[in-house]
Design a protein around this ligand. Structure first.
Ligand code: T4K
Length: 395
């Protein structure tokens, strides 16, 4: 049987699989967690109530608190970010076979959410300035079958919200933002979840803010609360009435408890991430052949990811060489997002011929460096030294 890569094995050891000693290795990220005592205090009441899921007290409380923190008008919790996005699209009731313009430079979830709704993804190129969908190339892809745009605030880089809104209004399209990477970001004074018909977030263990697994859909139309509730709870209206066809995509109480605990520390976590990013910027910011995304104006960043773009002709080493080099020091960067989702094997060459020039250029050269709140600045310096000095970098 083929080995299944779970993320707990080093994949580069010739297929043998070596168990990771979490204490020695530096992985691309590390889940933020509250103290065990804090979490236990939060889940203790569950042993009295025996109410573990189906919109329990902790779920209700988290929904209220997140709505406040994210500064949005409406919010619905989900079992994970993928189901939040997939069911947010389902809530729009698009005719099967309709076209949805989206980016190929994202995690596969974005594309799967479109395809699993019976819709056709139409891939638009991205900008080299911030790696988000190129708003100037959207209009030429619109046909009479186009119903929506699904842009992604990739790495927490905010898309050109104003321009996308204008295009959507002109052609009567819905906008569904995949804001999985943009938790807590503020754009021009507004919570980033306020844009488009809906914006969806991921609270996966690898994200700035986690509920172990979890996600949310944010919206301003209050009717969407009931629509989404039905979609995530089998369409059950009452004990004897199932009004719609729905899935099971509810967040459970243990996940909500983790979310309530992590929310108490989120500001400190983001502040620590900021320090890590500042150190990376200080050391790598002016190196010829390395490109670091500039901070976006008008955005309060959450410091979710630290991608560098490696131009091998000027830097002297390819992205893959830097990735492999770091690995020899037990440092695990990631090629988020390579390959493009449009090129993935599951689509059987259907979209392979698309030009997507910028997306291909970036996807072949980008490397996401380790970033988490407790990554020490000494480790950041060591990672940078290895990147800059190669084999002579310190051990
Ligand atoms: N849209 C976008 C744009 C997304 O990026 C994502 C998810 C989604 C939608 C869907 O949201 P979710 O349904 O996942 O909520 C990871 C995450 O699983 C995924 O959530 C994330 N995007 C994607 C970018 O990254 P992998 O396969 O790279 O994860 P994995 O298991 O290799 O973990 C990466 C590192 O994180 C590990 O080396 C160590 C650390 N880690 C991992 C886990 C699982 C922890 O510290 N704790 C953990 O529990 O996909």
């Amino acid at each position: 049987m083929d080995k299944v890569y779970t993320g707990c094995f080093v994949p580069s050891d010739g297929g043998g699989g070596m168990e990771i000693n979490m204490e020695e290795k530096i992985l691309v990220t590390r889940s933020s967690m509250p103290s065990m005592e804090e979490y236990i205090d939060m889940i203790r009441p569950l042993w009295d109530s025996h109410w573990l899921t189906n919109m329990g007290e902790l779920h209700k409380s988290l929904e209220v608190k997140l709505k406040e923190y994210l500064q949005v008008q409406g919010l619905s919790l989900f079992v994970n970010g993928h189901m939040a996005l997939e069911l947010a699209i389902a809530a729009m009731h698009f005719p099967p076979g309709s076209e949805v313009i989206t980016t190929p430079f994202t995690f596969i979830s974005t594309t799967h959410a479109i395809v699993r709704n019976g819709l056709q993804p139409v891939f638009c190129d991205i900008k080299t300035s911030d790696y988000t969908i190129d708003e100037d190339k959207i209009e030429e892809l619109i046909t009479d079958k186009t119903v929506a745009i699904v842009p992604v605030h990739v790495y927490g880089q905010i898309c050109n919200i104003e321009q996308i809104k204008l295009i959507a209004e002109k052609y009567n399209l819905k906008v569904i933002y995949d804001a999985s990477h943009a938790f807590g970001e503020i754009y021009k004074g507004e919570g980033v979840g306020n844009f488009g018909q809906v914006s969806t977030f991921s609270f996966h263990a690898t994200k700035v803010y986690n509920t172990i697994e979890g996600g949310a859909v944010c919206f301003s139309n209050p009717d969407l609360y009931t629509t989404l509730y039905n979609l995530k709870n089998f369409g059950i209206r009452s004990e004897e009435v199932v009004a719609e066809v729905g899935a099971n995509a509810k967040m459970n109480e243990f996940a909500a408890a983790m979310g309530l605990c992590n929310l108490k520390h989120i500001e400190q976590e983001i502040a620590k991430r900021k320090k890590v990013v500042e150190k990376y910027r200080e050391i790598l910011g002016t190196v010829p052949g390395l490109r670091i995304l500039p901070e976006q104006t008008d955005v309060t960043s959450n410091y979710a990811y630290f991608p560098i773009l490696i131009d091998e002709t000027r830097f002297g080493r390819t992205r893959n060489e830097v990735y492999d080099l770091l690995k020899t020091y037990d440092i695990y960067s990631r090629k988020y997002f390579y390959p493009l989702t449009s090129d993935q094997a599951c689509f059987r060459n259907r979209y392979r011929g698309l030009p997507l020039q910028n997306a291909r250029y970036i996807s072949a050269r980008v490397l996401v460096l380790p970033l988490y709140a407790d990554l020490s600045l000494d480790d950041v310096e060591r990672i940078c030294r290895i990147i800059l000095e190669g084999e002579s970098g310190c051990r």
